[in-house]
Design a binder for this molecule. Structure first.
Ligand code: SF4
Ligand code: SF4
Length: 393
């Protein structure tokens, strides 16, 4: 009997993702409850690391730290993860690919929470969090800029106050000029295809970046304010311009939420959105981490691109759940990154004319990389490609 159990344990231990259940089985079976109690959940998860290096090899921030070595060090010494984890973009690649199913990104975010509590924060991250607290945006800019931008959109497109959908424009799309252009194009399309939406100049920050930077207290404060904001306006359904806001509303607020590309895809399928112009171009698509890996939205943007007349769609080498990050997540769009250049090189290897994204952060990161590489590759939000096919500009 014991032999059979031992064999079962060995099988469980060598079966990849189920390994953690193997450990639990062994510990329980051989009555070691004290051991179970003494082990923190995360430490138990980490202890099953087999040092394969999949996480570090695919890490967006591998120039800053070696995740495999950090895990080894943590297992051997019990010391904290290194301060270099502030460079982690929370792209979720390591967590998605770890053959042992270790929730690596969550462990990094949890470590950041401890760092925040003890004040171990790089100055630029501290400034960003201070700005989110004071100005409700990470850019250190006053609220008036967002207010004016949204009021202008409201006037220009005759947007009502009460609607089926509240369109949450978000920080990056309210303060970064390239993403602000996308908002204007989105508003025009929404109006023309009959989407009943409202916007409000008093919206704040969704809190996604505060959360993944480990500032849980700030996130809770923002969430409370936003929930009040939605309640006062009777908001039940949200469209979020940024996949980061989409992620926060869906995962932490439990709201019904859509992205603009999903709205557009639905309109194309229902025949309420029609293209008038050919876009004679070779187009590739970059999966944003918070749209793809976090929320599984891979097909809608691809289908929208492919439905544009004359577009020749080509895939990059790393796509969907294996897509490479733009380097901008978790506040890194305000810091140095090399991942964006790497990603644009991949796009260039497809000989595409246009690199399409569906995230305001990816848009600014990849456009910056195109400038760094002196390339003439056009970077567009998927909404801009649709706008081009609808209006010719
Ligand atoms: S991918 Fe998972 S098992 Fe492999 S080294 Fe990283 S943490 Fe360990
Ligand atoms: S989430 Fe991305 S950047 Fe962070 S450690 Fe994992 S692979 Fe690296």
């Amino acid at each position: 009997m014991f032999g059979l159990e031992a064999l079962l344990c060995v099988l469980i231990q060598t079966s990849g993702r189920w390994n953690i259940f193997g450990w639990m089985y062994i510990l329980k079976k051989f009555e070691i409850p004290k051991v179970i109690n003494s082990l923190e959940h995360e430490n138990l998860m980490l202890s099953v690391c087999m040092q394969c290096g999949t996480c570090s090899a695919s890490c967006t921030s591998r120039q800053s730290f070696n995740l495999r070595k950090l895990i080894l060090n943590l297992n051997l010494t019990g010391n904290d993860l290194s301060d270099s984890i502030w460079d982690c973009t929370t792209c979720l690649t390591c967590q998605t690919r770890c053959p042992r199913g270790i929730p690596l990104t969550e462990i990094i975010v949890d470590s950041r929470k401890e760092f925040v509590e003890t004040g171990r924060i790089p100055s630029e991250i501290r400034d960003m969090l201070d700005s989110i607290y004071k100005h409700k945006n990470p850019f250190g800019e006053g609220k008036y800029k967002r207010k004016k931008f949204i009021e202008d959109i409201k006037k220009k497109f005759d947007v009502s106050d009460i609607s089926e959908y509240y369109w949450f424009i978000g920080c990056v799309s309210s303060y970064e000029s390239r993403s602000m252009e996308v908002v204007e194009k989105t508003a025009r399309i929404f109006k023309d295809i009959g989407i009943d939406f409202s916007v409000d100049a008093d919206e704040g920050c969704c809190g996604n970046e505060a959360m993944v930077l480990g500032e849980e207290g700030l996130f809770e404060l923002l969430k409370e304010e936003n929930e009040m904001f939605f309640k006062e306006r009777g908001v039940e359904k949200v469209i979020a311009s940024s996949p980061h806001c989409y992620n926060a509303f869906k995962k932490y607020y439990g709201l019904e939420v859509l992205t603009p590309v999903e709205v557009i895809y639905k309109a194309i399928k229902e025949g309420t959105l029609e293209f008038k112009y050919d876009v004679d171009a070779r187009v590739t698509y970059h999966d944003p981490c918070y749209l793809g890996r976090y929320n599984g939205i891979y097909d809608a943007p691809r289908e929208v691109i492919k439905s544009v007349y004359n577009v020749e769609f080509v895939e990059m080498q790393r796509i969907r759940e294996n897509s490479y990050c733009c380097g901008g997540g978790s506040g890194n769009f305000l810091r140095e990154s090399r991942a964006n250049v790497q990603r644009v090189r991949e796009a260039l290897s497809t000989n595409a004319d246009i690199l399409v994204v569906s995230c305001p952060i990816c848009l600014i990161m990849l456009e910056d990389a195109v400038k760094t590489l002196n390339s003439d590759l056009a970077v567009m939000d998927v909404v801009e490609l649709v706008h081009l096919a609808m209006y010719g500009y």
